[in-house]
Design a protein around this ligand. Sequence first.
Ligand SMILES: Nc1ncnc2c1ncn2[C@@H]1O[C@H](COP(=O)(O)OP(=O)(O)O)[C@@H](O)[C@H]1O
Ligand SMILES: [Mg+2]
Length: 346
Amino acid sequence: MNIVVLLGGSSAERPISLRTGAGIARALRARGHDVTALDPATGAVLLPGTEETQAALPAGEVALVPRNSTALLSAGSLRDAELVFLALHGGAGEDGTIQALLDLAGKTYTGSGMLSSAMAMDKAVSKKLFEHAGIPTPAWRLYRRREGKAPDDAMARALGGYPLVVKPNDEGSTFGLSIVENAEALQPAYEEALRYSNQVLVEAFIPGRELTVAVLGEQALPIVEIRPKGGLYDYESKYTAGRSEYFCPADLDAAKTSEVQELSLRACRALDTADIARVDFRLAPDGTPYCLEVNTIPGMTPTSLVPMAAKAVGLSFEDVCERVAALALERAAKERRPDAPRNELA
Ligand SMILES: Nc1ncnc2c1ncn2[C@@H]1O[C@H](COP(=O)(O)OP(=O)(O)O)[C@@H](O)[C@H]1O
Ligand SMILES: [Mg+2]
């Protein structure tokens, strides 16, 4: 099959996306597909083996990469693709923007659609839907830059006191996230989060264990427990080898395992995700699993959490990539309306 993998992009998570996309392209090629790796930020086709070189670009240069949707739509390889495999993390690639563009172009793509992607990227919107679906999520408040009101001590008391977590409402990879231990640290943490977003989420800090659940199609895979060696599961411990320990399946009894897996499926249904997603939890000392967020384009480097969970049920990295592609095609076939006007943008 003729598949275009979209990777790179212009978000802060570009380097990880290049690694994810390179791994996916390699896996799909190994399964005999005709794969083109395309960077929507530049419209450039990355030749096999050069994706990692791109990932090594210094941050300063990456920041200069323009957002260029025209380049994407006019790429000949996209026009010919039978399937677009999305390997973009953060920003336009994961928040529904690229999904909308592909909808307009009439292309079939992997993963969640425009609305689902946008809702999952917005942590406050996600949390409203979790609450509606009876999924525990940490107590929270949202602050909008345009409203000009900063979080204060009264808010802290209403959320149950310190520590609190302050984070951008729509950023990934723990950028701009702080754990606030006292009133003095609140304002600096708020300003730091504002560097990444116009909306800042303040949450009750949930002590305990860090769990994540990959959902492949309608199936919750074995739970992964993450133990960061430095305490916080931040950018460093996520992407530096040896900074975290991983346990899969997580050491939980059967009842807690199915409870967390069931909550993961419910979170994905609440947001209407598709094909693949990864749901992040904190497991409090009292046994309550608090849902933090759903990632609609989870990391898929061969050493990421989704492939780790898949391995526990005997699925190789290549199997997972193949399965995601197959799920997207099956879904597209079911959803196609024979009478719908065909869009010929691409
Ligand atoms: N309310 C919270 N209580 C405890 N730890 C948290 C909380 N919110 C975030 N964290 C920690 O920060 C990490 C990143 O937060 P998350 O909400 O998943 O955002 P993202 O992964 O998009 O940066 C979590 O995996 C967790 O380790
Ligand atoms: Mg997360």
